[in-house]
Write a protein that binds this ligand. Structure first.
Ligand code: ZN
Ligand code: ZN
Length: 328
């Protein structure tokens, strides 16, 4: 079945990859709804003009513009990195400064500071965390978020990436050989290192951004000589410009942001129409008992409250291996 409807101005709503090649938009048709099987898609000829030719301030001291700027420029945005913004006051990985509030709150604060500092209306900031995996505590995980604030249109859109790809690690060492063993394990010298002694909180000396053998030996020898207990703390430098693995995750989070910016509320056309809830209960393929897997996704507009459910995003039935009756 295929039908073309005239509807309020919308931009493409769901998955651009699925737009059939043979669909042509005339300037008089504002929206086309193509319905086939269970898929429902919205398109429109109206392109998002909300952001084109605007300046966005990217709050970073760590060269995140390398991955963030080219992606946001696809929206016609000019990305600028202010030289006088110190994002370290919002928390550092080396624990010299504790981060205020949650990850999202910290990113939001950075973006708001960028707006206040420059008087602009569009800002971007990112924030990363590194935690043990919830069910595999020996595996480190990296969650990156990229926040997009538009003061003019009162919008806040957040892209995110949750990844097992991280070299986040630390070790206590007592000689240079141990330092080199650790360095090799975490991808040095492409990935930078940090050396401290005593505890990072009490230590006056901290060597960051170590990317050569010479810097590593100097830092470790100095720390060994000055350490109160002969022990030295060595860890991965997680700042984006010293950590290409993390930089990749920031890029993925930015791609996720872009996808959300390009997803529009079918009712009011506001960008950022995103998943707000995963509804469990996908039936078991064998006995049809509801499982813990996702049965539906709920999308909701932050602006007008319009919501929509997408049924069976991962298929109609759950593997019986996930069923508490078939596989207790
Ligand atoms: Zn809406
Ligand atoms: Zn079952």
């Amino acid at each position: 079945m295929r039908m073309i409807l005239i509807a309020p101005p919308l931009h493409f709503y769901k998955n651009s990859d699925r737009i059939p090649q043979n669909i042509k938009f005339s300037s008089t048709i504002k929206c086309a709804v193509i319905s086939g099987n269970s898929d429902l898609m919205y398109f429109t000829t109206k392109m998002p003009q909300l952001f084109s030719n605007r300046v966005a301030i990217l709050a970073t001291m760590h060269q995140k513009e390398i991955v963030i700027a080219p992606l946001l420029e696809q929206l016609g945005i000019k990305v600028i990195v202010p030289q006088n913004l110190n994002t370290d006051v919002f928390g550092t990985f080396t624990r010299e400064i504790e981060r205020p509030g949650t990850q999202i709150e910290a990113a939001r604060l950075k973006a708001q500071k960028a707006l206040a500092l420059t008087g602009e209306t569009l800002a971007i900031a990112s924030e990363g965390t590194f935690c043990p995996h919830p069910s595999l505590p020996y595996i480190s995980t990296n969650r990156e978020i990229v926040i997009f604030l538009d003061k003019e249109n009162e919008l806040e859109i957040i892209g995110e990436e949750f990844s097992l790809e991280t070299n986040h690690n630390f070790q206590i060492i007592q000689n240079i050989e141990e330092a080199y063993n650790f360095a090799k394990k975490v991808g040095f010298p492409e990935h930078g290192l940090i050396v401290t002694y005593d505890s990072p909180k009490n230590s006056g000396e901290i060597f960051k951004g170590i990317i050569t053998d010479e810097q590593l030996e100097d830092a470790v020898n100095f720390a060994l000589k000055n350490s109160s207990n002969g022990k030295v703390h060595i860890e991965t430098d997680m700042r984006a410009m010293y950590n290409p693995t993390r930089m990749k995750n920031i890029e993925k989070a930015t791609r996720n942001l872009l996808k959300k910016i390009n997803t529009f509320c079918p009712s009011c056309g506001t960008p950022g129409f995103g998943i707000t809830q995963r509804i469990k209960g996908l039936p078991c393929a064998s006995c049809h008992t509801p499982t813990l897997l996702t049965r539906a996704l709920k999308y909701q507009c932050k602006k007008c409250g319009f919501s929509q459910e997408e049924l069976f995003p991962d298929g109609k039935y759950a593997d019986p291996g996930q069923c508490m009756y078939c596989n207790p």
